[in-house]
Design a protein around this ligand. Sequence first.
Ligand code: SF4
Length: 172
Amino acid sequence: MKLRLAGIVPESVVDGPGLRLVLYFQGCPHRCPGCHNPETHDPAGGSEVDSAKLLARIKEARGLDGVTFTGGEPFAQASGLSKLAEEIRRLGLSLVLYSGFTFEELLQKSKADSHVRRLLQAGMLLVDGLYIEAERDLTLPFRGSRNQRLIDLPRSLEKGAAVEWVVVEGSA
Ligand code: SF4
């Protein structure tokens, strides 16, 4: 499966709990003013990569707690990412998802799109919502503006409503 990728950060401690490999996916429809990654907006930009190659790269990495999908808008490529997400989980790694869509919007999309549903089901944590410059706060763990939420995906999917993720001391 071909995916459009903007970049890889092999080790990060600011894109979710623990040590994470971060995949920046190319293409974003949201166009938030003040976005820190405007080069990721063009869906035809970045480069095409094979998901099998990304998985091999993840398997080679040592000491990871998990993988983070960000962008760009990962859910714009849900059909290519759902299987990769499930394979990452089978490796025993956790998955953090960033999206400009809210959990409620993604839940609605998941009713008609099985790939969105599978991607949500593979995730541990969703950082949701648009980046809003007026809400900018650099002290927040894992996110840039106060409107964005940390969503506990397993509990939220079970409940059918957003359950915020509790940041345990030492995890953020
Ligand atoms: S959703 Fe993220 S990548 Fe897309 S425009 Fe907003 S801040 Fe930028």
